[in-house]
Design a protein around this ligand. Structure first.
Ligand code: PLP
Length: 390
């Protein structure tokens, strides 16, 4: 079976995880600190705060930015459910915005229109926006930052899929107040589970460090090395969102090869693009000028002239089954969150409310992509797709 993804691990990674096991310091200690410094340097920001996942990173970033009960947060309607869930967990309300069908990212025009028509009698004005850099392509951050300044919106980037992606050389996660990263095994580099918030804001970073550690004003590691052994002050309601040092050590080791991993993914994408571009009903991923795409997922979409989303969804299911019977894993790109039971019911959303997201929900397909994938495997994927009749 050709898998959808495979984490890229080598001997240095295996050795790295042994160090904390041998030292005995297992949770949020020197290895996590080293990983944070490495990611901050890579993203060209001053601060990075590790967490247990990108979902908890988003949750903490919202809380530390003062977003909570009754606040409205703009979220794209086509994203992994975790983006919206983090808003719900913060006690705020996600309001969905449709996407641009070319990039699969939040549509700035739709956001402009929603803000222009905002009915303040039914909902307070939005306080924040979470642009998502879906599948490894940055959302249109220059326009989003400009719009957020006009409307006083806090920008928290969901950069779960986009570590290393850029616009005009500027890195994903470094545009807004904070950027949230994921180190799940389907991401560019992995620590198993794991997340991180990157920011230039020193005050925000300090709040994040306190909130992720039960509200403790001083970390265990700092206390351990101080005289006296006093317990820390607890002035805030915090969480246990601490990363382990085993993950931290693996993260630093993975970061040592991030550029190599990105380059390998880009080479594979160039090969895929060459062999898939002539299939008339398949649209290959788009990357605007000035952007670099890290292709956390290689997501194509099915284009069947005149067909409705439901019909395309049935054809896509057939394609995924056809690939599976040829020994190839593939998956839907991600979901339109407004179609998912919890959000549909809670906010009485209709499936036609966000048509581009709905279409992407039914038409997208992620193909296998991982460093180490061979040309032969890519050809097998292309042949299997070519032999499918939509
Ligand atoms: C866009 C997006 N946001 C958030 C997440 C959640 O990341 P994590 O699994 O680290 O919580 C994911 C995970 O796939 C994602 O794709």
């Amino acid at each position: 079976m050709i898998p959808i993804t495979k984490p890229f691990m080598d001997r240095k990674d295996y050795e790295a995880v042994l160090a904390p096991l041998q030292s005995g310091w297992l949770v949020q200690g020197p290895e996590v600190a080293r990983f944070e410094e490495t990611v901050a340097r890579f993203c060209k920001v001053q601060h990075a705060v590790a967490t247990t996942s990108c979902t908890t990173a988003l949750h903490l970033a919202l809380l530390a930015a003062g977003i909570g009960k009754g606040d409205v947060v703009l979220v794209p309607s086509f994203t992994y459910i975790a983006t919206a869930n983090a808003v719900e967990h913060a006690g705020a309300r996600p309001v969905f915005i449709d996407i641009d069908p070319e990039t699969f990212n939040i549509s700035v025009e739709k956001m402009e229109a929603a803000l222009a028509e905002w009915k303040t009698e039914s909902l307070p004005s939005p306080k924040a926006i979470i642009p998502v850099h879906l599948f490894g392509l940055c959302a249109d951050m220059p326009s989003i930052i400009e719009l957020s300044e006009r409307h006083s919106l806090t920008v928290i980037e969901d950069a779960a899929c986009a570590l290393g992606s850029t616009i005009q050389g500027r890195l994903a996660g470094s545009f807004g107040l904070a950027g949230c990263l994921s180190f799940h095994p389907r991401k560019i580099v992995t620590t198993g589970e794991g997340g991180m918030i990157v920011t230039r804001d020193e005050y925000l970073a300090k709040s994040l460090r306190i909130l992720r550690d039960h509200g403790a004003e001083t970390s265990d590691h700092a206390r351990h090395h101080a005289r006296g052994g006093e317990l820390p002050a607890f002035n805030h309601l915090g969480y246990n969102y601490r990363m382990t040092d085993i993950q931290g050590a693996l993260g630093t080791s993975q970061m040592a090869k991030i550029q190599k991993i990105i380059d390998m993914r880009k080479n594979l994408v160039r090969a895929y693009n060459r062999i898939l571009v002539d299939i008339p009903w398949l649209k290959i991923p788009f990357c605007p000028d000035g952007y670099t795409h890290t292709y956390q997922s290689y997501v194509c979409s099915l284009h069947l002239e005149g067909a409705k989303a439901g019909k395309i969804g049935k054809v896509r299911r057939g394609l995924i089954e056809h690939l599976s019977s040829a020994g190839i894993s593939s998956r839907p790109g991600t979901h339109a969150v407004h179609l998912l039971g919890y959000y549909r019911r809670k906010y009485s959303l209709r499936s036609q409310d966000y048509p581009n997201s709905r279409m992407a929900h039914y038409s997208t397909v992620a193909l296998p992509l991982y460093p180490g994938m061979t040309n032969g495997e890519q050809l097998r994927v292309a042949e299997a797709i070519s032999s499918f009749t939509p």
